[in-house]
Design a protein around this ligand. Structure first.
Ligand code: 5GP
Ligand code: 5GP
Ligand code: 5GP
Length: 208
């Protein structure tokens, strides 16, 4: 119906660098399938409003159902690994993402489309390659925040949001990359609003 046709304005497609999740004070646990590749992994596809606020947990009646995405599970394990402790196969992480975020874009994407869309976006953008092409490597070195944003803009055509966290020595490090996507999940767009990134002007890119 018309009143529910526009229940969010755009998506954040959020990728996490596993090295920066794992080298924090909290540490991390590898999934039961083993250590993930040294690559950005999917954190989520998050419906958002143009004013920076966002809806969450929109439909308590739509629970996560593995059987709907059985054909995607191999790609999920590779591209959407969980690093939270204790070790698990990832389904709790994916369930959380569906229930908190995915249920808020159900007017556009059902559960299978939601996960397939995130996997397809991951295929479309190679953030690690974009950074390496600009000489920005996960080698524990420090890089200017501007150079990181520029490298991703060169490769994708769009300026990303960058979020940092801190390692055990309190160094600011590259944690998550936010790209903006239209409400159908098919096209990258210029971000209407950027998340508070918490980065210093120079940030570490730790190894994984
Ligand atoms: P969520 O539960 O966001 O709502 O996530 C909170 C949990 O994730 C907390 O238990 C927190 O310790 C963990 N967490 C959040 N950020 C990080 C991080 O950068 N590294 C690790 N290892 N854990 C994190
Ligand atoms: P944090 O407080 O660690 O930045 O975020 C905790 C959780 O809140 C995220 O995992 C995500 O579920 C949600 N979140 C944080 N910032 C945003 C945002 O800007 N947009 C949306 N849609 N969700 C967010
Ligand atoms: P958010 O609410 O921030 O979208 O999702 C974060 C939630 O997923 C937290 O409860 C966190 O504990 C859980 N989680 C499980 N695996 C991961 C992971 O690999 N990265 C992050 N950031 N959160 C994870």
């Amino acid at each position: 119906v018309l009143s529910s046709a526009q229940d969010f304005d755009f998506f954040y497609f959020v990728l996490q660098w596993p090295g920066s999740y794992c080298d924090t004070k909290q540490s991390c646990c590898y999934p039961t399938s083993g250590k993930p590749a040294a690559d950005f992994g999917i954190h989520g596809l998050w419906p958002n409003y143009n004013d920076g606020s966002y809806p969450s947990n929109c439909d308590p009646d739509s629970s996560y159902n593995t059987s709907e995405i059985r054909d995607l599970l191999d790609r999920m394990r590779t591209n959407w690994p969980t690093l939270a402790c204790p070790s698990s196969d990832g389904s709790k992480f994916w369930e959380h993402e569906w229930e908190k975020h995915g249920t808020c874009s159900e007017s556009m994407l059902d559960q299978h489309s939601y996960f397939a869309t995130a996997l397809n976006l991951k295929n479309q953008v190679n953030i690690l390659q974009s950074l390496k092409s600009a000489g920005i490597e996960p080698d524990g070195g420090f890089y200017s925040l501007t150079s990181i944003k520029n490298a991703i803009r060169e490769a994708t055509g769009f300026t990303p949001g960058i979020e940092c966290n801190v390692d055990e020595s309190r160094n600011s490090q590259l944690y998550q990359v936010y790209l903006c996507v239209d409400t159908s999940g098919s096209q990258l767009i210029e971000c209407p609003v950027y998340p508070r990134g918490k980065c210093s002007s120079r940030v570490e890119f730790p190894a994984f």
